[in-house]
Design a binder for this molecule. Structure first.
Ligand SMILES: CC(C)=CCC/C(C)=C/CC/C(C)=C/CC/C(C)=C/COC[C@@H](COP(=O)(O)O)OC/C=C(\C)CC/C=C(\C)CC/C=C(\C)CCC=C(C)C
Ligand SMILES: Nc1ccn([C@@H]2O[C@H](COP(=O)(O)OP(=O)(O)OP(=O)(O)O)[C@@H](O)[C@H]2O)c(=O)n1
Ligand SMILES: [Mg+2]
Length: 185
């Protein structure tokens, strides 16, 4: 049981710098779209929902959170009764990879949504819930391969793949209820 708690805590802790960029982008988004209004095949390349400001603020928020988590690790581990090493710490390149990768995964999903005829804000079940996970892990793997392979063990990856869609649904409903998003997904 203690082992399961450690795996779940370690997996969610490792993903926090990839989770928070999306929340920050929603709160800070707006302004110039990344695609500059350009179209491809009669549809926007990305759409107005992917902006420079949202992407930049989201990335900075994720990196800043990773550094804050590094400082907080001993206190949180002690409070939760977790052994040293259960909660990972983030080297700078891993922090950047998770945060920037989460944003790029979300942007890649918008590109795919436009290519498949979905307007801005339309849902794409499955892709919406995991786009930023795939992006975060891919860019983290590219920038900090040893850390990524050591941190995202098969057990933690399983927790991430199961827990993230649940967290995504819950946070998006919260965002809709507080008026931060126009759609609850
Ligand atoms: C415990 C459960 C089941 C749920 C708790 C989730 C919760 C209360 C989160 C609050 C997050 C928050 C700051 C919401 C504010 C509203 C807002 C602006 C939401 C915008 O969300 C956008 C959405 C992305 O949308 P998109 O894909 O359409 O672009 O965000 C996706 C975010 C996530 C999938 C992750 C969100 C979860 C967290 C930030 C926190 C999760 C924390 C833990 C599970 C605790 C970890 C702690 C330890 C010790 C391991
Ligand atoms: N890189 C990003 C990601 C998000 N946002 C902001 O966060 C909101 C919600 O994000 P998301 O749900 O990912 O975008 P959608 O508007 O649903 O657009 P899409 O259909 O392309 O996903 C966006 O409308 C936008 O205001 C942003 O500015 N820049
Ligand atoms: Mg969306």
């Amino acid at each position: 049981m203690a082992g399961l708690v450690g795996v779940v805590a370690g997996a969610l802790w490792a993903m926090l710098p990839a989770y928070v960029p999306n929340n920050a982008a929603v709160l800070a988004g707006g302004g110039a779209p990344i695609d500059g209004g350009r179209t491809w095949g009669g549809r926007r390349v990305l759409g107005d929902g992917k902006t420079w400001r949202g992407t930049a603020v989201g990335t900075v928020a994720g990196v800043a959170l990773a550094f804050a988590l590094n400082a907080a690790t001993p206190v949180v581990a002690d409070t939760l009764g977790l052994a040293a090493g259960v909660l990972p710490t983030f080297p700078p390149l891993a922090a950047l990879g998770l945060a920037l990768g989460a944003m790029l995964g979300d942007i890649g999903a918008s590109f795919l949504k436009r290519r498949t005829g979905r307007e801005r804000g339309a849902s794409f079940p499955g892709l919406d819930q995991l786009d930023f996970v795939v992006g975060a892990l891919a860019v983290s793997l590219a920038l900090a391969p040893d850390w990524t392979l050591a941190t995202f063990t098969p057990e933690r990856l399983l927790v991430v793949l199961v827990a993230t869609p649940v967290l995504h649904v819950v946070t998006n409903v919260i965002a809709y209820l507080i008026g931060a998003k126009n759609e609850p997904w």
